[in-house]
Design a protein around this ligand. Structure first.
Ligand code: AMP
Ligand code: GLY
Length: 417
């Protein structure tokens, strides 16, 4: 397992249920991952990872984070004969370059926000003189989920473009910018398994990206999730399959960029129908922490079928239940925060905890070590119960300066009514 966050912990826990999974190594993993042997090799140390995999005679690799996928880790491992779950570099570009993704959608008629791509600041600024407001400014490349600005005024929009293109606020990622139409409607995350011939959507989910209750405050990596997402009705699912999922898979094949792995569709259900907001070339975090606990089928079996191009032969089933994950963060996240506080997880909650910003002290105690510290998930028959239970578990999992949103699932519950 390459990666070290809550998503990776959720994948590891699920893989551990497989009778075929022997030892799992996590590179670098984190101090809260008891099910894996953590090895201090960074997820972006491609050479280090390949050497380790060869030394340990690794049978199968799962590459979870965006950067090693976009950098081409899967290609390097495959070249050494190590089968992988995750797209090759030429397919991971669907997340690595928003300009690529937008152009793909335009050429293949996949519904998304109208847009223009700019590589020159002056032209972008001139375009903003007449662009409809609000307008959305996006850095082309990976920007830790922070490269999207929704500007209410022209001045704000121009400032964002200047910050990305001249001040290099996101480094090379902002040398190209996309300016796009502002869409409205509920957002839905759909993770899917695809081997390039078949696409199998997983249960839908809803992320809560802002730091504060009521979707206020700064954007974060995600403060909580629920699954399934009530806005993703059967009717919407069918439209998405026909107009987005299959066309995207086929478009990537036609480009000679067959995508094998988890393709994440970030969707907005607008009054005019579902639109693609973004593609990710990997499992979402913290979507995975609610989606995989609902997966009934053996995950390793599904992953291998994806790698070997026989996904059509594996029935992928999800429980008819609901899940809620509440992220316990360090107060101050996503800005500055203190870390190094002792974490107390009740034994009854341990199996439902996904560790992210966690390290182990020399004495073996768990300490906070990041902004998002843990995710706590509950699976129940109804969404209402899942939310209630997740909050009970969140309350009982303690550390100094713990912060969590109090309204995860609220919007989904009111949508159901
Ligand atoms: P992205 O990184 O592309 O997922 O964008 C981050 C967030 O910005 C999304 O989850 C949306 O809430 C918002 N967003 C992105 N693009 C648009 C758009 N065209 N219209 C409205 N909101 C958007
Ligand atoms: N939760 C959004 C993402 O993984 O990008």
């Amino acid at each position: 397992m390459v990666g070290g966050g809550g998503r990776e912990h959720a994948i590891i826990k699920k893989l551990k249920e497989s009778p075929e999974a022997e030892e799992i190594y996590a590179l670098p993993g984190n101090g809260g991952m008891e099910e894996a042997v953590c090895v201090p090799i960074a997820a972006t140390d491609l050479d280090g990872i390949v050497s380790f995999a060869l030394e340990q005679k690794i049978d199968y690799a799962v590459v979870a984070p965006d950067d090693p996928l976009v950098l081409g880790l899967v290609d390097l491992l495959e070249a050494k004969g190590i089968p992988c779950f995750g797209p090759r570099k030429n397919a991971a570009v669907i997340e690595g370059s928003k300009a690529f993704a937008k152009d793909l959608m335009k050429r293949y008629g996949i519904p998304t926000a109208a847009f223009e791509v700019f590589t020159d600041e002056e032209t972008a600024i001139r375009y903003l003189d007449t662009a409809p407001l609000p307008t959305v400014i996006k850095a082309d490349g990976l920007a830790l989920g922070k490269g999207v600005i929704i500007a209410q005024t022209r001045q704000e929009a121009k400032r964002a473009v200047h910050a990305m293109m001249s001040e290099k606020a996101f480094g090379k990622s902002g040398e190209t910018v996309i300016i796009e139409e502002f869409l409205t409607g509920p957002e839905v995350s759909v993770l899917s398994f695809t081997d390039g011939a078949t696409v199998v959507p997983m249960v839908s989910s809803m992320d809560h990206k802002r730091a504060l209750d009521g979707d206020e405050g700064l954007n974060t990596g995600g403060m909580g999730t629920v699954a399934p997402n009530p806005y993703y009705t059967e009717e919407v699912a069918k439209i998405c399959m026909d107009t987005i999922f299959l066309p995207t898979m086929k478009a990537m094949n036609a480009e000679g960029r067959t995508f094998r792995g988890c393709l994440y569709f970030g969707l907005m259900i607008t009054p005019k129908g579902p639109r693609v907001i973004e593609y990710n070339c990997r499992f979402g975090d913290p979507e995975t922490q609610v989606v995989l606990p609902l997966l009934e089928t053996d995950l390793l079996t599904v992953m291998r079928a994806v790698t070997e191009g026989r996904l059509d032969q594996v029935p992928v089933r999800f429980k008819d239940a609901c899940a809620c994950c509440v992220i316990l963060a360090s107060d101050g996240y996503p800005k500055s925060y203190e870390k190094g506080f002792a974490i107390d997880i009740p034994d009854s909650v341990k199996k439902d905890v996904f560790a992210a910003g966690v390290k182990k002290s020399e004495s073996g105690a768990l300490l906070t070590n990041g902004g998002r510290v843990l995710g706590v998930t509950a699976v129940e028959a109804t969404l209402e119960d899942a939310v209630k239970k997740a909050y009970e578990k969140a309350e009982s999992t303690r550390f100094e300066n713990r912060y969590f949103r109090k309204d995860i699932g609220k919007r989904a519950l009111s949508a159901k009514e």
